[in-house]
Design a protein. Structure first.
Length: 239
């Protein structure tokens, strides 16, 4: 199994453009958030990205259904202008138009009723506010396999090959650009930017599989095959 240093060394040697692409998108997200008044991280987990992208906001709010992760977020990043809450992002208690920016990363794929979350995001965003969604792309081969392979087989693969696999339920109800756009439009949001990147997440612990992923991602790294990229980044604006 590869450790983090070995993984970074292989990426830097065989695929330096990958880290440049990733950094460019992160910079775009940071600029979009800017020094907004109120920032919401919907599905914040342990709070790392809440602080990373919302650090210049006047008020940062992170919501997650997992109490243990919220407790860890409070322990690591809790301060005067940062609020971490246990709750369901499909129904919050904030008033209409409260947030300038909503950030939602790798949450959509785990939801059964995606429409509820778009409706709530639209309600929470002020006019001209931004919704930043990062999610898995169902057309990516590894995401497709992750959907159809039973959990007990994924557990076995994770144990034997050291592959990082998300064992949480995944439904992929809205994991392509056309469906994201459709729900956003239904609730008065228009897409203003889109980015796509590959992700070696499932293969970063195995040297052979990581090299195979790099080869595959380089092949599809052109406009004609962009729809196969594993991660979608969309920025929407409330009309």
């Amino acid at each position: 199994m590869l450790n983090l240093r070995q993984y970074k060394k292989i990426i830097s040697k065989y695929y330096p453009d990958y880290r440049k692409q990733f950094k460019s998108i992160e910079n775009e997200i940071t600029q979009t958030v800017g020094s907004c008044k109120r920032f919401l991280d919907a599905g914040c987990g342990t709070g790392y990205h809440t602080i990373k992208f919302g650090k210049n906001a006047k008020l940062l709010v992170g919501i997650d259904i997992d109490k243990q992760k919220i407790n860890e977020a409070e322990r690591k990043y809790g301060r005067k202008n940062v609020l971490f809450l246990v709750g369901n992002i499909e129904k919050t208690k904030f008033r209409n138009g409260y947030f300038d920016i909503i950030f939602c990363q790798f949450v959509i794929e785990h939801l059964i009723n995606v429409e509820k979350i778009f409706k709530e995001f639209s309600r929470l965003l002020k006019k001209d506010g931004k919704l930043i969604i990062i999610t898995s792309n169902i057309f990516d081969p590894q995401n497709f396999l992750n959907r159809i392979i039973p959990s007990f087989i994924k557990s076995f693969i994770k144990k034997k090959l050291g592959i990082v696999i998300n064992l949480q339920p995944i439904f992929y109800r809205c994991n392509c650009v056309s469906k994201l756009d459709r729900f956003a439009k239904r609730y008065s949001m228009k897409r203003i930017k889109i980015y796509r990147t590959g992700s070696p997440m499932f293969f970063q612990s195995n040297r052979l599989l990581l090299r195979a992923w790099i080869f595959f991602d380089k092949i599809i790294d052109n406009l004609f095959f962009q729809f196969l990229k594993s991660t979608i980044y969309c920025i929407y604006e409330k009309e």
